[in-house]
Design a protein around this ligand. Structure first.
Ligand SMILES: Nc1ncnc2c1ncn2[C@@H]1O[C@H](COP(=O)(O)OP(=O)(O)O)[C@@H](O)[C@H]1O
Ligand SMILES: Cc1ncc(COP(=O)(O)O)c(N)n1
Length: 596
């Protein structure tokens, strides 16, 4: 690649990119943005330290709550209004100052995706536009430094940035501009990823930048995150081949000014683990994760640095941002992964993705959302028609493995399967779920897991069914994402309403008749079933003691959203599951067609 690159005056191009990425940033931050817009005219100066970011992040108490109620003075046309009570939401906010990667694996695009995935708002200052794909970097167009300065001013003067993360800083002038901007608009932390060479080996910052990095950039860094090549370049070509070398490098780099250093070992030769070395001037930490065998590692460095920035913006201390995410974050963002763990998990999840023909592919930052798709099975209310709920005790009695029972039920006409394993060991339960999914998928019959969200996630089942004392449906929805099916057992109109509010897909109503498969289960009878059905906004399946001899009156109660019956012993406590299911299916089909 040619360097220095063609540097055509790019004011208009840069402006287009600025607006484009601002828009992407907003889109990625999704709902977060909505709560942002209504705060635009108030500036609570006391939320931000008046002095440049102090060395401890412990002052970040304000940032630990996403919603604050504060009393503030508001100036309107120069006239202060005292004691105005405003409900204000503070969004954790990372500003990335980096280059655009047209292939969207690294650079600004990776930063946006990483921050969005970590629940943090991300604004963008573009320093360069690269033409890049999985084969490498084909071109670089540096944004004029005055326009970088203008972008910085636009964001920093207005948008309450918590943490600045830097990536590609392709000229000495841009480094100087950044330094000046951060003096004028101090932020709480600066994460410096000293991008110089892409993984493909292409130059992203001319080596002449090194002195500027050493003299100006490193001093600003609360954490410096070089990969092996970058650490070596910053240290005048020092050889880095072992973890001991990395420790030594971390110490030397620390002496150049950053408050802490993370030397990334993604490229460490012949290492079984992916090892990074963290040094804060006092202690070393070796952060290890299994090395994922994949070509899709383009953008790991940018992603890791952005995740660290995101965790700092949310209020973490430095080491926990790198390594451990505190418990309260689990509750707010259901993201208890470490920044490093996040990268590892995303790599593992994306290891087989094929995008592009080059040596290095991008990975998928939104694994949580994607976790729910691609199975080809989409739940609909009509799936509730003949709902088979398994019982391993009955299988044992008849000497049938679970997979055999499930296969027979599907072949007999079951339209949905629920695995109900109240006493199974977790690992066994996951294995059983995976084995049953292999049977269900070709028939496009959804498989739900009773109660255990962890098992549903681990097996990639199609959803869960929850009782009133299980995990609340709202929490299950947050954990499972938008596409998995959630059913809730309800006996009352209020419970049915709550299930709908909480984002469930259907309710199971019963017990309709007394049953031996559930202890202490009060029955609602046909009248209770009808009352709940008529009030429910969700499709309903009737459950509890239903079999071939009493199923027809259930379907005959006259409630259009009663979509079917759920059975346990009527099919599984029989010598032939397939025959019993088939009989029941044809009976129900006949009853429905007569009623129509
Ligand atoms: N194959 C891999 N498996 C697991 N983690 C990896 C792998 N490759 C890189 N990492 C991790 O990704 C992060 C970025 O490291 P690295 O790839 O060295 O940075 P860069 O992208 O800047 O070259 C580090 O935490 C590193 O340990
Ligand atoms: C615009 C830009 N910024 C950073 C990187 C480094 O990422 P990687 O080391 O994964 O190639 C890149 N390739 N492009």
């Amino acid at each position: 690649m040619k360097y220095p690159p063609d540097s055509t005056p790019a004011n208009s191009a840069a402006a287009i990119f600025f607006f484009f990425f601002s828009a992407v940033s907003m889109a990625c931050s999704g709902l977060l943005f909505n709560s942002f817009v209504d705060n635009k005219c108030f500036r609570p100066c006391h939320l931000k330290p008046a002095v440049p970011y102090p060395r401890s992040l412990s002052t970040s108490r304000f940032y630990l709550t996403s919603s604050l109620r504060i009393s503030m003075s508001m100036e309107e046309n120069g006239a202060p209004t005292q004691g105005f009570e405003v409900s204000r939401k503070k969004l954790p906010h990372v500003l990335t100052v980096a280059g655009s990667d047209s292939g969207a694996g690294a650079g600004i695009q990776a930063d946006l995706k990483a921050c969005a995935a970590r629940g943090v708002y991300c604004s963008t200052v573009i320093t360069a536009v690269t033409a890049q794909n999985t084969a490498g970097v084909q071109g670089v167009n540096i944004v004029p430094d005055e326009f970088v300065a203008q972008q910085l001013r636009s964001v920093l003067s207005d948008m309450e940035v918590d943490v600045v993360k830097t990536g590609m800083l392709p000229s000495i002038e841009i480094v100087k501009v950044l330094q000046r901007s951060l003096k004028e608009f101090p932020v709480r932390a600066v994460v410096v990823d000293p991008v110089m060479v892409s993984t493909s080996g292409d130059v992203l910052a001319d080596p002449s930048i090194l002195s500027s990095f050493r003299e100006e950039l490193l001093m600003m860094a609360d954490i410096l995150t070089p990969n092996l090549k970058e650490a070596s370049n910053l240290l005048g070509g020092m050889r880095l081949e072992t973890v001991a070398d990395m420790r030594h490098a971390a110490k030397l780099l620390h002496s150049l000014g950053p408050r802490s250093v993370l030397v990334k070992g993604g490229d460490l030769p012949e290492s079984f683990d992916a090892v990074d070395v963290f040094f804060d001037g006092e202690e070393y930490h070796e952060l290890r994760s299994p090395r994922v065998k994949t070509r899709n590692t383009h953008g790991t460095g940018c992603t890791l640095a952005s995740c660290i920035a995101a965790e700092l913006a949310k209020g973490s201390s430095m080491l926990s941002a790198v390594k451990v995410t505190p418990l309260w974050l689990c509750m707010c963002f259901y993201s208890y992964a470490l920044a490093k763990r996040y990268v590892e998990t995303a790599l593992e999840y994306s290891k087989d993705i094929i995008l592009g023909n080059g040596a290095q592919g991008p990975f998928d930052h939104f694994l949580r959302l994607k976790h729910n798709s691609g199975t080809g099975v989409t739940f609909s209310g009509n799936d509730l028609f003949l709902y088979a709920v398994t019982d391993s005790g009955m299988n044992e009695k008849w000497g049938r493995p679970m997979e055999v029972a499930v296969k027979e039920a599907i072949e007999g006409g079951a339209t949905i399967i629920q695995l109900r394993e109240k006493n199974a060991e977790t690992r066994k339960f996951i294995e059983t779920a995976k084995a049953c999914l292999k049977i269900c998928r070709p028939y496009k019959v959804p498989l739900l897991i009773n109660d255990r969200i962890d098992v549903a996630l681990a097996s990639d089942a199609d959803g869960v069914h929850l009782g009133q004392s299980d995990t609340p449906a709202q929490v299950a929805r947050a954990l499972l994402g938008p596409e998995k099916a959630i059913g809730v057992s309800c006996k009352t109109v209020e419970q049915a309403h709550q299930a709908w509010v909480d984002g469930a897909d259907y309710i199971g109503c019963g017990g309709v008749y007394p049953t031996s498969t559930k202890a202490n289960n009060t029955t609602v009878g046909l009248d209770g079933l009808k009352t709940v059905c008529l009030a429910s906004k969700l499709p309903v399946v009737a459950i509890g003691g239903i079999n071939a001899s009493n199923a027809i009156p259930v379907l005959g109660i006259g409630a259009p959203n009663l979509k079917g019956v759920a059975v346990v012993s009527a099919v599984f406590d029989r010598s032939s599951v397939a025959t019993e299911t088939r009989n029941l299916h044809s009976m129900l089909t006949e009853a429905v067609s007569k009623a129509n």
